[in-house]
Every structure is written in structure tokens, then in C-alpha cells.
Design a protein around this ligand. Structure first.
Ligand code: UD1
Ligand code: UDP
Length: 361
């Protein structure tokens, strides 16, 4: 029996961890004990608990209740608390996901205690060091013993940094999740009815990246573009708490005009909204890929993306944060003819769990 200590804290991490936890529970019950640590980074009911309930994620043994504050402050508080948990639990593996402050704190705490670290979603790079996520993922990769890459691009990024040992292209756990929930979402979600949306007759938008929300020029350009698109087609916009706070504080919510502003939705509702959208406008990493999984054209309001395959395939277009560019790209949007699997075969989580067992120290 090995003990895997999983560290999560932010919405996308709950979703990724759900895939791996399910495999551990269903296929490796007597071989692996999973201990879940929630840092508390995301804490609203609709940013946290709803995912645990809906995606059957085990109840966290620890909730560190650490959120907010500056980056150093948040990461430092997490580092201190995670270290204590690691000393108490003494796991065989510390399993971290993605590129948030919770990822970095988990990686550092484990590495300093010489505990082996496994990183899911290793090797992604935007090559933009102004993004907090880029710093987090580079440092997390640097101290990881197993690096689970979702794509060949990620493997190459690591190779370019001289990292080859412990690197595996396992596929994307989010693709596993999308296969599991695509039909369930159609059966269970009432979100289209609740918000009076027609199948294929609306645009789905999200926006939360610091590079957009914390720059008023970029944020207002995105707001104006969504307001303009909404004059020709309904736009539904589940607002991340970070974005709601900034738009409210600056008195800009009204500028969204007839855009349907809604609270963050559960995962099943989000999948349903994605599947039936005419197009998606987002700066989210996860949502860009889900747009691809469900064959929906995407406009990404960033200047670069880690998920370059979606752009190369023609399904995703980088439009920056320029109102004119976004609205023009929306008018020009076409569905490419071909759609190939780019993110594995839906068995990434199985490979991850198998590799954790094979490489136990
Ligand atoms: C974090 C990640 C980002 C990821 C995103 C997923 C970092 C540096 N950033 O960004 O990579 O894409 O999560 O959603 O780790 N808030 C609430 N309720 C919540 C959560 C947040 O009100 O449940 C508000 C708080 O005011 C908080 C702010 O949102 O200060 C930002 O939250 P934080 O976790 O710092 O960053 P995110 O923007 O969510
Ligand atoms: N998501 C959700 N409800 C929402 C918005 C997003 O369930 O209201 C899901 C979305 O489907 C994707 C994940 O959250 O799986 C993406 O998280 P987010 O955009 O917060 O972070 P990122 O992927 O950019 O790190």
C-alpha cells in the first residue's frame, strides 16, 4: 500500500483531481491510499464544494483555509501549513496539479522535505514570465520527480530546459473528465432552460486571468467586445469572483449591457453550456480545451496560449484584449472541417496512477 497525498485548492484542480481520484478508488483501492489536502484557495460554495459533490471527489482530510492576500503571502502561508501536514502524513508521493499558488506551495514544501513530487500538467509554457502561472509551473516542474505531460509540446518544452528524466506524455486528465461527463451533462443539466438559452444560439464567455482582470484597459476592452457581440447573439457570462469584484468596485458592471451575467456554475452546467454554445470567448486554460473537446470554436482573449494545438488545429484563435479584434474575429468565426484527438485517449488518469505505483521509492 502506498500513500499519495494530493494537494488541490483552485477550481480547475478539483476537476483534474477528480479523474485521478476516481481511478484510485475504482481500480486501486487496496494498493493506494489517497489523502486529500484542500489549501482553501477557492472557498465559495460555487467555486469549491459544488465540485466535490458533483464530481465525487473524496472529502479532504485537511482544509487549510488559506486564501486571498498577495502572492507571496498566500504561497508562504500555504507552504508553512502544508509542511506540517506532510510531516504528519509522511506520504510516498505528493501529487500536485496545474499552475496555481497551491501547486507551487505543495511542490516547495515537499521538495524541501525530500519527499517525491509528481506534477500533473507538467511542461506547459506560455513563455510569459509576467503570468503568475508561468512562474508557478516552471518552479513546480523543476522540483518534480515525475512529470506527467498532457501533450508532446509539453514534453518538448521540458526537453528544451534539459529535463527528460521522469517525463511521461500521459495525455490530458481533463480530456478523461470530458469523456465521463459529456453525456451526463446532457441528461442532468437544466442550465439552458434555466437561463432561457437555445441549443447553438448563444455565446459563452469567461474571464478571470490576472493579466486581463488587473489591467483596466484590457478588462474594459473585453467587456466592450462582449457587450457588442450581445447585440447580435445572446452572451452568457458566468463571472469568476475575482472579475465580479473588480468590475463592481470600478462601477463597470453596467457596461456589459444585455450580456447575461450569472454566478459561477457547477461543472455539469458548465459542460452543458460549452457543448451547446455557438462559440466560446475565454481566457481560461481549461475552457479553451473543453471548447475543443466539444467541437466549439473558441476565441481566446490572450496574447499567447499554452494549448497551442487548439490554435494550430484552427479551432481556437488568439485575439488578445482588443475590442475591435475580438468582435471582428467573432464575425469571421468558422468551424474547421477536421477535428482530431489532440489530448490523449481518455486514459491519462490510469497511466498516472500506474506510474505512481511503478515509481514508488
Ligand atoms: C487562481 C489561479 C489561476 C487559475 C484560477 C482558476 C493563482 C496565482 N491563480 O486564480 O491560475 O486559473 O485560480 O479559477 O493561483 N475569490 C472569491 N471566492 C473564491 C475564490 C476567489 O471571492 O472562492 C476572490 C477573492 O477575492 C480572491 C480573488 O478572487 O482574492 C482571486 O482568487 P485567487 O485564488 O487568488 O486567484 P484566481 O484569480 O482565482
Ligand atoms: N468551470 C465551471 N464553472 C464555471 C466556470 C468554469 O465548472 O462557472 C470549469 C470549466 O469547465 C473548466 C474549469 O472550470 O473545467 C476551468 O477553470 P478556470 O477557468 O477557473 O481556470 P483555468 O483553467 O484557467 O486555470
Amino acid at each position: 500500500m502506498i500513500k499519495v497525498l494530493t494537494i488541490v485548492g483552485a477550481r480547475p484542480q478539483f476537476i483534474k483531481a477528480a479523474a485521478v481520484s476516481r481511478v484510485i478508488r475504482d481500480s486501486f483501492a487496496g494498493k493506494i491510499e489517497e489523502v486529500l489536502v484542500h489549501t482553501g484557495q477557492h472557498y465559495d460554495e460555487n467555486m469549491s464544494q459544488v465540485f466535490f459533490d458533483e464530481l465525487d471527489i473524496p472529502h479532504p482530510r485537511y482544509n487549510l483555509e488559506i486564501s486571498g492576500g498577495r502572492h507571496g503571502e498566500m504561497t508562504g502561508r500555504m507552504l508553512e501549513s502544508i509542511e506540517k501536514v506532510l510531516l504528519d502524513e509522511n506520504p510516498d508521493w505528493v501529487l500536485i496539479y496545474g499552475d496555481t499558488n497551491s501547486t507551487l506551495a505543495g511542490a516547495l514544501a515537499a521538495a524541501k522535505l525530500h519527499m517525491p513530487v509528481a506534477h500533473v500538467e507538467a511542461g506547459l509554457r506560455s513563455f510569459n514570465m509576467r503570468m503568475p502561472e508561468e512562474i508557478n509551473r516552471i518552479l513546480a516542474d523543476r522540483v518534480s520527480n515525475l512529470l506527467f505531460c498532457p501533450t508532446e509540446t509539453a514534453v518538448k518544452n521540458l526537453a528544451a530546459e534539459g529535463v527528460a528524466k521522469g517525463v511521461f506524455n500521459v495525455g490530458d486528465v481533463m480530456y478523461d473528465v470530458s469523456l465521463f461527463y459529456r453525456e451526463l451533462a446532457r441528461e442532468r443539466s437544466n442550465v439552458l432552460r434555466d437561463f432561457k438559452l437555445d441549443e447553438g444560439g448563444y455565446v459563452l464567455a469567461t474571464c478571470h486571468r490576472a493579466e486581463n482582470t488587473d489591467d483596466p484597459v484590457r478588462l474594459l476592452a473585453i467587456v466592450d467586445a462582449l457587450a457588442a457581440i450581445a447585440r447580435s447573439m445572446p452572451v452568457v457570462f458566468p463571472l469568476h469572483p475575482r472579475t465580479r469584484k473588480l468590475l463592481t468596485e470600478d462601477g463597470h458592471l453596467d457596461r456589459l449591457g444585455i450580456v447575461k451575467l450569472i454566478d459561477p456554475v457547477s461543472f455539469i452546467d458548465m459542460v452543458r453550456l460549452e457543448q451547446s454554445a455557438q462559440a466560446i470567448v475565454t481566457d481560461s486554460g481549461g475552457v479553451q480545451k473543453e471548447a475543443y473537446f466539444y467541437g466549439v470554436p473558441c476565441l481566446t482573449t490572450r496574447d499567447e496560449t499554452e494549448w497551442v494545438e487548439t490554435v494550430n488545429s484552427g479551432w481556437n484563435k488568439l485575439v488578445g484584449a482588443d475590442a475591435g479584434r475580438i468582435t471582428h474575429a467573432f464575425v469571421e468565426l468558422r468551424r474547421p472541417e477536421s477535428h482530431h484527438p489532440l489530448y490523449g485517449d481518455g486514459r491519462a488518469a490510469e497511466r498516472i496512477v500506474q506510474l505512481l505505483l511503478e515509481h514508488r521509492s
